[in-house]
Design a protein around this ligand. Structure first.
Ligand code: RFL
Ligand code: PHB
Length: 401
């Protein structure tokens, strides 16, 4: 590879074109702050990665505010809550009736496509196929090095936003002995499918069964997104289509709704279940956002929403710094983000341990059933769940003009 001597300068170097990086880039653009977004993968890859699908109300509101709300409003499915099925009986938790607000089903890759199109139209720099190989933060300046079209580019910036996901390099720039990281792994994974079938219930559904959890979700009215709890370390080869359908049917069998429809499975993937929070979300001129700082198990669908919320908080702090010379909000970035992150971690952990079969102990199943009965029978429980599911407000408790 040829090593060039390219030098580029910007205010904010953003590593990663996922939801965190792209949302931050847009929020900075709206405040007149320059940025360069650097993404290791191709545009096609990023735009076709099947992942999250449930957007909180504050996420949807923010997308409308920043000008990517049109297709989301047209194509997103608005859900009032979700269904829980256990002991062959289906319950609807209607959070909208209790709290107002809705959850919107819109594939993460669709949101990413909308944000990329907007960024490209704005003419501001976004480099694909350009892995960042090094991050440097000094007292006066920061710099990231990335590969682009056979050359090595040095990007000088005031600050670096590490939006490069859980396996990115930003977090590792913080020395291990300065990094406060907490984590928990679960002995299970999610096998996810996309299938050409009609949803059996009109909103997402968690089915808690002694065999384990199954999740019935959707992407539009003719495509279902479904998940099965499987042992960690399982291999996709062990899961033929018919085994998947049999297990989904067993776990979702009920006395009050029609059986699951079977059809063509056109996407299959495995995701591990982990909770991680790197509480040190900043180090000098580097800030971590989204999955680069924290991941939640997918139960509860919080990850993408946390990434957007971090971007919102950091963009306000940077806005305060550049427009009013206020340093304090940048200094307090981690402390500002962490309570909302921990609220989502708590929510995801509660859903994970209640909905999955993680032990053979019959006492455990009885306790889970008791909690599920409270969820389906108590409005107070539903309010508490709904507040977090529909989305706690983004933390931006300051004003500047
Ligand atoms: P991303 O989306 O991982 O983006 C990081 C980007 O950084 C790039 N990158 C680099 N670029 C340059 N140089 C380097 N050295 C780089 N290293 C990495 C990567 O290529 C990538 O493009 O992180 P971000 O922006 O923080 O967004 C987080 C979300 O993607 C994630 O939290 C969600 O997908 C999690 N999640 C869900 N979240 C929800 O809010 N609702 C859901 O319904 C939901 N369901 C899910 C999920 C995640 C799942 N999996 C696959 C883990 C369901 C599943 C199955
Ligand atoms: C999804 O629709 O992809 C989905 C639904 C519920 C979850 C996670 C993901 O908890």
């Amino acid at each position: 590879m040829r090593t060039g001597n390219h030098h580029v300068r910007t205010q904010i170097a953003i590593i990663g074109a996922g939801p965190a990086g792209l949302t931050l880039a847009r929020l900075l653009h709206l405040q007149g702050i320059s940025s360069v977004v650097i993404e290791s993968r191709s545009r096609e890859h990023v735009e076709s990665r099947t992942r999250a699908g449930i957007l909180e109300q504050p996420t949807v509101d923010l997308m409308a505010e920043i000008g990517v709300g049109d297709r989301l409003r047209r194509e997103g499915l608005r859900h009032n809550g979700f269904y829980v099925r256990f002991d062959r009986t289906t319950h609807h938790l209607d959070f909208n009736r209790l709290l107002g607000g809705q959850a919107t089903v819109y594939g993460q890759q669709e949101l990413v496509k909308d944000l990329i199109e907007q960024r490209v139209d704005s003419g501001e720099p976004l480099y694909f196929n350009s892995p960042v190989t090094a991050v440097h933060t000094g007292s006066d300046e920061a710099m990231v090095t990335f590969e682009h079209a056979g050359s090595s580019v040095e990007l000088h910036a005031d600050f670096v936003a590490g939006c490069d996901g859980f396996h990115g390099i930003s977090r590792t720039h913080i020395p291990e002995d300065r990094r406060n990281e907490l984590s928990r792994t679960y002995p299970v994974a999610w096998l996810g499918i996309l299938a050409r079938t009609t949803p059996t219930v009109p909103e997402g559904m968690y089915c808690a069964h002694p065999n384990g959890l199954s999740v019935h979700s959707m992407r539009g009215t003719r495509i279902t997104r479904q998940y099965l709890q499987v042992p960690a370390g399982t291999s996709l080869e062990d899961w033929s289509d018919s085994r998947i359908w049999d297990e989904l049917a067993t776990r979702s069998a009920s006395d009050d709704y029609p059986e699951l429809e079977r059809g063509e499975i056109f996407d299959k993937s495995l995701a591990t279940l982990r909770s991680v929070v790197c509480e040190t979300m900043q180090h000098g001129r580097l800030f971590l956002l989204g999955d680069s700082a924290h991941i939640v198990p997918p139960t509860g669908a919080k990850g993408l929403n946390l990434a957007v919320s971090d971007a919102c908080t950091l963009s306000h702090a940077l806005g305060g710094y550049y427009t009013a010379g206020v340093r304090e909000h940048l200094d307090n970035y981690s402390e500002t983000c962490l309570p909302r992150i921990w609220a989502a971690q708590h929510f995801s952990s509660t859903l994970t341990t209640t909905l999955h079969a993680l032990s053979d102990d019959p006492m455990e199943w009885r306790l889970r059933q008791a909690r599920l009965r409270r969820w389906s029978g108590s409005e107070a429980e539903q309010r508490a769940l709904g507040e977090v599911y529909l989305g706690l407000p983004f933390p931006k408790p300051w004003h500047y003009s």
